[in-house]
Design a protein around this ligand. Sequence first.
Ligand code: IMP
Length: 207
Amino acid sequence: MSYNMKEILIATTNPGKIIEIQSCLGEEIKLLSLKDFASIKEIEEDGKTFEENARKKALGYAKSSQCLTLADDSGLEIDALNGAPGVNSARFSGPKLKDEERTLIDHRNITKVIKLIENVPQEKRTARFVCCMCLASPEKIIIESTGTLEGIIINNEVGTNGFGYDPIFFVPSMKKTVAQLTQNEKNSISHRGKAIRALKEKMKYLL
Ligand code: IMP
């Protein structure tokens, strides 16, 4: 069965992610969101790895929507915390809240991270954002890609752009936190930007 590669369901309701994905994929691809499929059943992110969750969501939502579906799973790995919060990044300080309460949960997650590493010296505060993407049809996985961004966790929030852990994630090469970057600057270095560009490169052969 062949699918329209110019129309893709993005399996997220996070507006921050949708904006980043649209600006990386470009206008020639029309993105549908889960909000376009009101009765679609939510798929639980219960995998042990980012890859597992991305695959599960892409295949699951492709089956229920009958559209090509792009899913990502992403998060923050802090070396001093043995890779935590990892796949639990969104739920680190408690269960995922509704979309409207995203800022509140982001703030609680940040507070928990700062507390846990308050005594960790600067040189041991290395961390990375990881993003795994999976494009699937209702029948099978079509393309997968991964991107990472290395940085340092700082002790207080700096900057107001972006979402999630951006205000405490300092990028040495930019001398700024991710929350101080413009959308274009973030896209050019971010884990999600890298994963999307790798995916887009592979999509060229299918378009
Ligand atoms: P997901 O929606 O299950 O992929 O959850 C990812 C979680 O990881 C988000 O809720 C954020 O807490 C964190 N995260 C992922 N990407 C980013 C980013 O680009 N900036 C800041 N936090 C991020």
